[in-house]
Design a protein around this ligand. Sequence first.
Ligand code: SF4
Length: 498
Amino acid sequence: MKNKNILIYYPDTKNYNPTPPYESLMLIEALKDFSERIIFVDAAKDHFEIEKLVQDSEICIITTLIKYTSITINFQLKDGINFSKILKNYKVPVVWTGMAPILLNKSIEENCPDDILVKTTDENFLKIFIENYTRNNKNIKEIYEDTLSDFIEDKNSFKKFGNYNFEKISVEKYIHNNTFNYLATTGCVNSCSFCSVPVIYKKKWTHNSIENIINHLRFLFENFPEIKVIHFRDDNFLVSKRFIFDLFKEIEKQNFSFTWSCQTSVNILKLYTQEDLKFLYDHGCRNISIGIESGDDYILKNITKSKTTKRDSINTLKKIKNSGITVSVTSIISFPYNNKRDFIKTLKFLMRLKLKFPSLSLYCTIYQPIPGTEIFNEIYRDINTSTDTFSNNIWTTKKEKLKLKKFETFYFIFDNPHFYKLLPDDLAKDLKFINLFFSPLIRLRFLLGITSNLWEYSLVRSKLNKIKQKHGIDLNYSLSDIGIRHLTSNFNYGFNKS
Ligand code: SF4
């Protein structure tokens, strides 16, 4: 490698994922000896001319997300493969890192057989690899093998590269609804069988240093006044009570305060007392998202290894609510077990929760088997699956998807009699009648647990679409084809303007 650039490419997440590319930031930190030659592109956020970018590149590292789970890895896989094919025309070697080469390697190997697939979470590997690559003229595959043979993996890369520099990206592009997604920890202590995290992190959970976290957050708040909320996008932020308490006590000691939200699991939150939750509230926590996972006891037992139960979920929701913190729940529907009974059971459980907590935000994703996970290995074993991992769930019917869409766009919104008040005045005025008229009917339906014969939706659909069109609201629900995804404030409850 002489004078040409090292291109770090973060494949397109189609703007469905506002989280900054932490994987790339840590990699840039690991490669700081080469900083003058590094060009970074986030395909979803940055404007770039492919030809110019590629002509000036000596090597390309495609960094896919891995520090947390997101269904948008599927978009990244497709875009990464397309980008790699372009690079091949220019004879630029490609190295993949992150979740794609670890879990979706079959697809990459089939489409891009010459690419190097790095299967470690430790950025130090790339540091040594690039050093070796610059030093000798061997074939890139040989250099990779040599690097691999001497490498000892450290699963805690925060230790080495946690002081990465936010100035390497355009921070303002990642601010959404005055919120910035930050990552303080990675991994998880649980081993849910549908999840990629235990496969990658082997039930280990690590965090960045308190010093790095505070420095980052100070930088963000001091330089970007439009940031009002930090969302800790970590898969399981609250795993260690000691870490959480130390972090927020230190933040308080430094006379620094901010509003924040986070994600965690029911079994972890069970360990927090009402007083602990009050501490979180007093230190800025305003929303906790918990994974209730399923409304079917049989499924819960299998997928969470009995770590989550419906009763625990309800008790946890009550506890959070009593502390003044609002709650969001995430769940997964349509598993390939139990004759798909979980579809109705989970829907009914969500109805029950909405009845108890009308302002609850909820996500309910149609189960997508992720290669390498425990369930995937059970279902597919060595069968070749599609590159489009969204299409690997072949048992969920169109009718079932449509049913979820009706719940997403109508029932789980207008059950709350106060929903219209969350919207801008002119829109609220047009929706007030629909909301107030249907809310008691929907709540009666929820009480009776009826998931079929959705006549209220049929009655109101065309009127609702007309109102949405009048107000220029986005009717394109492409991501919601994979479940109930728009039902959070991030998506403005599906009332985003086009
Ligand atoms: S709690 Fe389960 S689903 Fe959530 S990150 Fe941990 S292993 Fe994955």
